[in-house]
Design a protein around this ligand. Structure first.
Ligand SMILES: O=P(O)(O)OC[C@H]1O[C@H](O[C@H]2O[C@H](CO)[C@@H](O)[C@H](O)[C@H]2O)[C@H](O)[C@@H](O)[C@@H]1O
Ligand SMILES: O=c1ccn([C@@H]2O[C@H](COP(=O)(O)OP(=O)(O)O)[C@@H](O)[C@H]2O)c(=O)[nH]1
Length: 483
């Protein structure tokens, strides 16, 4: 099997560089170990008249990384536009933030078509294609239009929302019909998978039986594959990181004070505003916790060119200043707020230093930070995870202290409970969570998906009818412009 993994974001595997998001963090070890070729965006763009999509290819462990320059005319409409201003808010049930123009949708389709053409260069008779995430909902259909008959799987890293929310995305119907060219569609949770199937059944009117969709586009299976981490590797990194200068300086600065840690992209789905309000409330309700616990919030800049993200950045910065102004002392800062990223080797040590890990998204596909925090703990004296029940991770990590991120008072109370939790209870909860992490590793996720994809394809599910015209054929226009 020649595995071709496709995603917008890739990682070059530089150990000291921060990961940009969980997708890249999760796929990196998989590509390095399995020898797959990973194709994604180089982050650069190119003007038209390309003879051939330009890819820079380099080795990545046993595998390879092919970074593609995307078409300059369509990049903004694709990434900041349709993908992150229409699909991302919809997937996170923020219909109020959906912004989409016809041009953005056209650019999104152009980039999907561009990627399909670029992938042909990596196709071999025994290739298996595995497409990642909402940036490429239509890539499978584009590949089929180009004559690809090999297995094509798709995994969605974000949640899939209720029918009424996805219906707020312009062109939702043709996009979801395009998804039915995939042999297998993977989701993070049962709820995501059920929401998707409910749309297919009730809005597209296709028959669904035992997760298999029979449609005029062929047969597609939908199933759940919760993404994991490599807990052993994280535990090792955490032990090693305790002597890293950043970690030793942090520990020295704490002077015996307890630490809570939050690590998130600066994204409205992550619940940062409510989290900071909950800390404010906690210090107000429990003044004894002033000086005895502070919050280290790492908020890595993300998608800064999009208005909703710019607004959030200002809102969070102001809130942190206000809370520090109210509760701070001349020699004590309640919230240490950092707008930068750390390599995972350091991050693991920061997690291990903190007595409480605070992961309180309003919606999150999985949230790997929650899993990493648990794996990085000292087994003899583990910290407590406070976790939103709306993170995909809550399905497995139900031994965390689960909170409703909309209930600020409730979160404040839970934070106080976490800080006071006795060692025996901390250990019991941590052991239960580690058991889950060890049985759902990233290696297992990969193996389960690829096995299911090959089974589904071999079972004849990919017997395709004539390629449907879902979209006025854009590939031809595209070819004329770029080749
Ligand atoms: O590539 P960016 O636009 O900078 O965004 C970073 C990534 O964010 C999202 O990550 C998701 O994948 C994680 C791993 O499965 C999951 O734990 C998390 O809940 C998701 O939000 C996005 O889905 C990725 O495509 C982005 O690369
Ligand atoms: O400074 C940072 C902040 C985050 N991360 C990594 O980024 C990923 C974030 O993934 P998660 O699933 O929590 O959220 P996402 O950003 O993908 O929505 C995790 O693997 C973190 O270890 C990192 O390497 N450095």
């Amino acid at each position: 099997m020649n595995l071709v993994v496709v995603s917008n974001r890739v990682s070059r595997g530089k150990p000291n560089e921060p990961m940009t998001g969980g997708l890249a963090a999760a796929l990196l070890p998989v590509v390095e170990k399995t020898g797959a070729i990973w194709v994604g965006s180089s982050g650069r763009v190119r003007d038209g008249n390309l003879k051939e999509p330009f890819a820079e290819v380099e080795a990545l462990g046993a595998g390879a990384l092919a970074m593609l320059d995307l078409p300059a005319a369509h990049y903004g409409g694709y990434y900041e536009g349709f993908a992150n201003s229409a699909l991302w808010p919809a997937m996170h049930s923020r219909a109020d933030l959906i912004r989409a123009s016809r041009e953005d949708y056209a650019s999104y389709r152009e980039v999907n078509a561009f990627m399909a053409r670029a992938l042909l260069r990596f196709r071999k008779p025994d290739s298996v294609f595995w497409v990642q995430d909402y940036h490429f909902l239509a890539l499978g259909a584009e590949l089929r239009d180009l004559g690809v008959t090999q297995p094509i799987g798709f995994f969605l890293h974000t949640p899939w929302p209720a029918r009424a929310v996805i219906a707020g995305v312009p062109n939702h119907r043709e996009l979801i019909e395009a998804m039915l060219s995939y042999d297998l569609i993977g989701f993070q949770t049962d709820e995501d998978c059920e929401n998707f199937l409910s749309y297919v059944q009730h809005d597209l009117d296709f028959e669904v039986r035992d997760g298999v969709i029979n449609s005029s586009f062929g047969r597609t299976r939908a199933a759940v594959f919760p993404i994991g981490i490599d807990p052993g590797k994280f535990a090792q990194q955490a032990t090693k990181a305790m002597t890293h200068p950043d970690v030793t300086r942090l520990r020295r600065s704490l002077n015996g004070e307890k630490l809570a840690i939050g690590v998130d992209r600066l994204d409205y789905s992550k619940g940062l505003v409510n989290r900071i309000k909950a800390f404010d409330k906690m210090w107000t309700l429990h003044p004894n916790l002033k000086r005895s616990v502070s919050l280290l919030q790492i908020a890595t800049p993300s998608r800064g060119a999009i208005e909703a993200y710019g607004n959030l950045q200002s809102e969070v910065a102001k809130l942190v200043t206000d809370v520090n102004g109210v509760h701070g002392e001349v020699d004590w800062t309640p919230i240490r707020y950092l707008n930068k990223g750390f390599g995972q080797g350091v991050l693991a040590g920061l997690y291990r230093t903190a007595q409480v890990g605070v992961v309180t998204p309003l919606q999150d596909g999985m949230n790997l930070v929650a899993k990493e925090y648990v794996a990085a703990q000292n087994p003899a004296d583990p910290g407590v995870l406070v976790l939103s029940k709306f993170a995909g991770a809550a399905n497995e990590l139900d031994a965390a202290l689960l909170v409703n991120p909309h209930d600020i008072d409730g979160m404040a109370r839970t934070l106080a409970t976490a800080l006071a939790m006795p060692l025996t209870e901390r250990r019991m909860r941590w052991e239960a969570m580690m058991e889950k992490l060890n049985s759902g590793t990233i290696q297992q996720w990969f193996a389960d998906f690829i096995e299911a994809l090959q089974d589904t394809h071999n079972a004849g599910n990919a017997a395709l009818p004539e390629p449907p015209t879902l979209w006025p054929r854009r590939t031809a226009d595209f070819a004329a412009r770029y080749h």
